[in-house]
Design a protein around this ligand. Structure first.
Ligand code: AMP
Length: 212
């Protein structure tokens, strides 16, 4: 199974990636997490990515495509994978098509639809675990103990790019660069649209039904 999770920032693709991965028994990759891992490890790639991420812009295609393609090349991901946050531009979609040409292509694209006002509310209150990346929301799903992850006890933090100004820019870039990618998959007809504004358990149920 090769699955792409698409949707604007805050639409819940990250939250659902591990659920979908456990359903179909393949690894999942978040391009945003790969950039943040590089940044935490102080690599040149991480430093370069930060200059774009801090402004809510996309990291250039050549850099992003190389990074994701090396992840796909890893033998562990040969049988299938879930891509969360890639492709986000038409060039990235083309590079992925070229890579998968002759090996079956993408099986399904899942698109999480959420109204823009809801996305802004979700992102501006979002906090994440530094260790295991579990997301919480200050108002809608706070952790039991202030500042600590319920799952692993790790520190909780707010992403720099979840500030209101940067969130608005990220949504603008999504409409400009990623809406055309959604249209491309709609044209191919392998897209499955999910109402991402529903509660997490309900979204999980739709995913389970959709993926059989
Ligand atoms: P995310 O964690 O998916 O919200 O991504 C955080 C940031 O990483 C984005 O705002 C971009 O700056 C960068 N990024 C992640 N994935 C991509 C991609 N496929 N293409 C370009 N930039 C990306």
């Amino acid at each position: 199974m090769k699955i792409i999770l698409m949707g604007p920032p805050g639409s819940g693709k990250g939250t659902q990636a591990s659920f979908v991965a456990s359903l179909v028994q393949v690894n999942s990759m978040s391009s945003g997490d790969l950039f943040r891992e590089n940044l935490a490890n102080d690599t040149e790639l991480g430093k370069l990515a930060k200059t774009y991420m801090d402004q809510g812009k996309y990291v250039p295609d050549d850099v992003t495509i190389n990074m994701v393609m090396s992840w796909i090349e890893d033998s562990e991901n040969n049988g299938g994978f879930i891509l969360d946050g890639f492709p986000r531009t038409l060039s990235q979609a083309q590079a992925l098509d070229d890579r998968l040409n002759g090996v079956g292509g993408i099986d399904k694209v899942i698109l999480f639809n959420v109204p823009e006002l809801e996305l802004i509310k979700r992102l501006s209150g979002r906090i994440l675990c530094r260790k295991c990346q579990t997301p919480y929301h200050k108002e809608f799903s706070p952790p039991t103990n202030d500042g600590a992850c319920d799952k692993c006890g790790g520190d909780l933090f707010q992403r720099d790019d979840d500030s209101e100004v940067v969130v608005k820019e990220r949504l603008k870039v999504y409409r400009q660069e990623t809406d055309p990618v959604v249209e491309r998959y709609r044209g191919i007809g392998n897209i499955l649209e999910i109402d991402g504004s529903l509660p997490i358990r309900v979204v999980e149920k739709s995913l389970r039904t959709a993926l059989g």
